[in-house]
Ligand binder design. Structure first.
Ligand code: ZN
Length: 150
């Protein structure tokens, strides 16, 4: 079995240094903002939709390496998915980071996101990892607005 903790560190560093889909969209259909007061992470998420398919996504903001890497990896994972699929992924991601460190994550469903199982070893950082997902949920479930993890 691969060491999730090593992989976690590697992915965090990589996505923090070179965040994917970082910036702003020219004409977003949805915009939402997220804030994690415990750590000070802030992000803005923008989406364009084609029916219920996420056609494009971008994020912007400032925060710790974990929040940024999580947002970066999330944007890669949701592009081209339907809102229904993204909703399922949100639940799976949340279940994974809230589970105990002995629970084997659902690699098939989570794909690359599985590295965030590594955050379970650092419970104080779980909110950093889920911030992007809460912000995404606000963007797809409502017309956007601001969410906070507290
Ligand atoms: Zn943070």
């Amino acid at each position: 079995m691969i060491d999730l903790r090593d992989l976690y560190q590697e992915v965090i560093l990589d996505h923090n240094k070179r965040p994917r889909n970082f910036g702003q969209l020219a004409a977003p259909d949805r915009t939402s903002e997220g804030f994690n007061p415990l750590c000070g992470d802030k992000l803005t998420l923008q989406l364009t939709l084609d029916g219920d398919v996420i056609r494009d996504v971008a994020f912007d903001g400032s925060g710790c390496a974990i929040s940024k890497a999580s947002a970066s990896l999330m944007t890669e994972s949701i592009k081209g998915k339907t809102i229904g699929e993204v909703r399922e992924l949100f639940v799976k991601f949340q279940d994974m980071v809230m589970s105990d460190t002995e629970t084997v994550p659902d690699t098939d469903a989570l794909g690359k996101l599985v590295v965030f199982a590594g955050v379970r070893a650092y419970p104080a950082r779980v909110k950093c990892a889920v911030l992007a997902w809460h912000t995404l949920r606000a963007a797809v479930e409502t017309s956007g607005g601001t969410v906070a993890t507290e």
